[in-house]
Design a protein around this ligand. Structure first.
Ligand code: ZN
Ligand code: ZN
Length: 210
């Protein structure tokens, strides 16, 4: 795949995080992965102030979710909310902000998973079998938005990063010539996912399939 000129890849998630900030984010992902809604200071008790600051600024940029009780409810694509998109790993469903996340996260972690989402054109449920981080071959394609700015990741990127049954269904919904973005195969989406979550993919997650 040609390199992406902006928006996606490593820059999609980093948002200028320091090394310590990345540790805080990694701990947040572990909590969400375990379906635990925790206050920032409970996530990294050794850096309570930093955790509140990091998740607060990520939430303002649409890169984290804080619930009405002040607990971390989502970060870097992972969500405790029941969204349209998820991946199941080891018999447990994990919701994600977008379809790209549902394929890209298992790819980055190199795990077995089944991603589930739906096609915006026809409403069909789409599932993608992922083995050791590699998605099955199929005609399913991803619309990868490349927004001019990603000041709010969920609104400007995730809201439109959908999987479609086929390129034909994608073109029913997206003006691929005029809109800013690209059509990716599942293999390309997985490759971009590995790059996007590279900084946190060392996290120890549920055992099976690793
Ligand atoms: Zn469709
Ligand atoms: Zn997303």
């Amino acid at each position: 795949m040609e390199p992406l000129d902006c928006g996606a890849g490593r820059d999609l998630l980093r948002a200028d995080l320091s090394a310590e900030g990345l540790e805080v984010v990694a701990a947040g992902i572990e909590a969400i992965w375990a379906h635990a809604a925790l206050l920032p200071e409970e996530i990294t008790p050794e850096h309570p102030g930093l955790a509140a600051e990091v998740f607060g600024s990520l939430a303002a940029a649409g890169r984290a979710e804080i619930d009405d009780q002040g607990r971390l409810a989502g970060v870097h694509g992972f969500s405790l909310r029941p969204t349209r998109h998820s991946f199941a790993h080891d018999g447990v469903a994990h919701h994600t902000w977008c379809a790209f996340d549902s394929v890209g996260i298992p790819a980055a972690f190199g795990i077995d998973a089944v991603a589930t989402t739906d096609c915006p054109a026809c409403g069909a449920t789409l599932t993608v079998d992922i083995r050791n981080g590699a998605p099955e071959d199929s005609g399913i394609v991803l619309w990868l938005p490349v927004p001019d700015a990603t000041s709010h990741l969920m609104a400007q990127f995730c809201a439109n990063a959908d999987l479609y049954c086929s390129r034909a269904h994608l073109e029913e919904r997206v003006d691929v010539v005029g809109a800013s973005g690209r059509v990716l195969t599942l293999a390309e989406a997985a490759e971009l996912g590995r790059e996007t979550w590279a900084d946190v993919s060392h996290i120890e997650v549920a055992s099976g399939g690793r």
